[in-house]
Design a binder for this molecule. Structure first.
Ligand code: NAD
Length: 302
């Protein structure tokens, strides 16, 4: 059997198109568009490329996008004052602080200073709590798990009553996606197991999974014989395993591999996400959706 590919690149286009249409409608009816500010401290090349992609995507869907670049010498107090300014700015619905921050700044303090109603990354403790409560309490699911759930739903995979096994217990992927899948409601209602580095028999848990979500950061961790025939396999892992020369640009680029042995797994699974082009493109897409939601909450449309 060859699994159906769940392509993040295609789902991203669908969702960004939906957001663009909704932004146009809100603009026509209410005279406003979502506002997203990205605060970048310093000039870390990887951070610059992430921020640029976020800003370009925000621009594409019709948001008011603000890129606020700050010197690496900015004091913690000045950065907190800047966040306070955007917290009070009515035209801003989402505030992103690109990590990592310079060592003299307490990241936790800065992230916790963001108004939870503008925390479109969904990492503020208030939003983590809202996610745990579930239902109408939830405002901003963290973007990668939100993208994973959306991929499963859009692929038409039944989640109600499904055995979901999540490999990894990080705060940004493993724990939140497990929490989301166990909730009462559409795209969830699953029976969830989380496995991690201290789990005794990883293989036996994975073999039970109707939906296997792997976020470990270990190339080829999941072997084909661990996959239940017909299962939906979501490979979140992004591992750099070497370099190659790009055919398009002639420049050296990283060779990426997921946490699942894709070539073998696709012959057993019913659905599978590729790496790259699977979960990766979903994160920024869901960031846009969260920013749109933030404006809709404010306008009483949600
Ligand atoms: P993390 O290092 O914070 O957490 C990894 C988790 O996997 C840990 O809880 C650990 O217990 C578990 N783990 C590691 N090795 C294991 C093993 N051998 N057996 C069982 N469990 C094991 O990583 P993270 O931030 O959750 O990211 C995980 C992977 O997902 C990484 O490859 C990362 O690059 C990728 N990622 C991709 C996206 C995206 O595509 N948008 C977003 C976030 C993370």
């Amino acid at each position: 059997m060859t699994a159906k590919l769940i392509k993040g690149t295609e789902i991203r286009e669908e969702i960004l198109e939906e957001i663009t249409q909704e932004v146009k409608e809100i603009k026509a009816k209410h005279g406003v568009v979502p506002g997203l500010v990205t605060i970048l401290v310093g000039a870390n090349p990887a951070s610059i490329s992430y921020v640029t992609l976020k800003i370009q995507t925000a621009h594409r869907v019709g948001f008011n996008e603000v890129q606020d670049n700050q010197s690496p010498d900015i004091s913690e107090a000045d950065l907190l004052a800047l966040i306070d300014k955007y917290n009070k700015d009515d035209s801003i619905n989402g505030i992103l602080v690109q990590l990592p921050l310079p060592k003299h700044i307490d990241e936790k303090k800065v992230l916790n200073a963001i108004d939870p109603d503008k925390d479109v990354d969904g990492f503020h403790p208030v939003n983590v709590g809202r996610l745990m409560i579930g239902g109408s309490e939830v405002k901003f699911p963290p973007c990668t798990p939100f993208g994973i759930q959306e991929m499963i739903v859009r692929a038409g995979v039944e989640t109600s009553g499904a055995e979901v096994v999540v490999v990894g217990r990080s705060n940004i992927v493993g724990k939140p996606i497990a929490n989301m899948m166990v909730q009462k409601g559409p795209g969830a209602n699953s029976t969830v197991t989380i496995v991690h580095t201290r789990t005794k028999d990883l293989a036996s848990h994975c073999k039970r999974a109707d939906i296997l979500i792997v976020a470990a950061g270990v190339p080829d961790l999941v072997k084909p014989e661990w996959i239940k025939p017909g299962a939906c396999v979501i490979d979140v892992g992004v591992n750099r395993v070497g370099e190659k020369v790009s055919e398009k640009t002639g420049k050296k680029i990283a060779i990426l591999k997921g946490d699942v042995d894709f070539e073998a797994a696709k012959e057993i699974a019913g659905y599978i996400t590729p790496v790259p082009g699977g979960v990766g493109p979903m994160t920024i897409t869901m960031l846009m959706l969260n920013t749109l939601k933030s404006l809709k909450f404010k306008l009483g449309l949600m």
